[in-house]
Design a binder for this molecule. Structure first.
Ligand code: GRF
Length: 192
C-alpha cells in the first residue's frame, strides 16, 4: 500500500500534532505519515515544536498572504507540491473555506472536544461545564462546509465530576484525544 502523506493544521499548543507526529515517527500511522505542519499562527507552540522536530512548516497569518482565500490557495499549492492526500485539523481555529475544502473534501478530518452534535464551536469544554451536564466527550469527523458538522467517524464519552474545573476537564479531554486521534487517522489512512 502506498504512503498516505498527512498535513496537520494547528493554531495553538499543538499537543495533538505532537502526539500524531510521535506516533507517525514510530511508523504506527502506516500507511499514513505526518509530513507537514500548517498554521495560521506563526508564533504558536505547534510551529515551535515542528521546527525543533524538523517537520516542514507552512506558517503565515491570513494578513501576510492577503486574506483567507489567498492563504488557502497558497496552502493548497504547497500541499500538492508535498503530495499531501490527507489533512488532519488538530486545533486549527478557523472555519475552512471552499478554496481548501473543495480539493480535500472527504480527505479532511477534524478533532473536536465534545460529543458532537453537542457543543459545537468555540471552547466546547467550557460550554459543557456551563451546561452542567454529567458527561461530554471527543469527536473526530470529516470536515464539511459547516461548523463541526461533518460526518462523524468516531467518538468517546467522558464523565464530568462535580469537582471538575476547565483545567481538569481539559486534561481528561486531551488524554482521550491523544489516544483516539492517532487510531482514527491510521484507520482513515488504511481506507484511503
Ligand atoms: C483540542 O482539544 C481539539 O479537540 C480542538 O482544539 C484542541 C487543540 O489542542 N479542536 P492542542 O493544540 O492539540 O493541544
Amino acid at each position: 500500500m502506498s504512503e498516505i502523506r498527512i498535513a496537520v493544521f494547528a493554531s495553538g499548543t499543538g499537543s495533538n500534532f505532537r502526539r500524531l507526529h510521535e506516533v507517525s515517527e514510530r511508523g504506527e500511522l502506516a500507511p499514513g505519515k505526518v509530513v507537514l505542519l500548517v498554521s495560521d499562527q506563526p508564533s504558536c507552540l505547534a510551529v515551535s515544536y515542528a521546527r525543533k522536530a524538523h517537520v516542514p512548516v507552512i506558517a503565515h497569518t491570513f494578513k501576510e498572504l492577503g486574506g483567507k482565500a489567498a492563504w488557502e490557495a497558497h496552502v493548497v499549492e504547497k500541499l500538492r507540491e508535498e503530495g499531501v492526500s490527507l489533512i488532519a485539523l488538530a486545533g486549527y481555529m478557523r472555519l475552512v473555506g471552499d478554496t481548501l475544502l473543495s480539493p480535500y473534501k472527504g480527505r479532511m478530518i477534524n478533532i473536536h472536544p465534545s460529543y458532537l452534535p453537542e457543543f459545537p464551536g468555540l471552547d466546547a469544554v467550557q460550554q459543557a461545564l456551563d451546561a452542567k451536564v454529567p458527561e461530554t466527550g471527543v469527536t473526530i469527523h470529516f470536515v464539511d462546509e459547516g461548523l463541526d458538522s461533518g460526518p462523524i467517524i468516531d467518538q468517546r464519552r467522558i464523565q464530568i465530576e462535580p469537582t471538575d474545573t476547565h483545567e481538569t476537564l481539559l486534561q481528561k479531554v486531551h488524554a482521550v484525544e491523544h489516544q483516539l486521534f492517532p487510531q482514527v487517522v491510521q484507520r482513515v489512512c488504511t481506507s484511503c
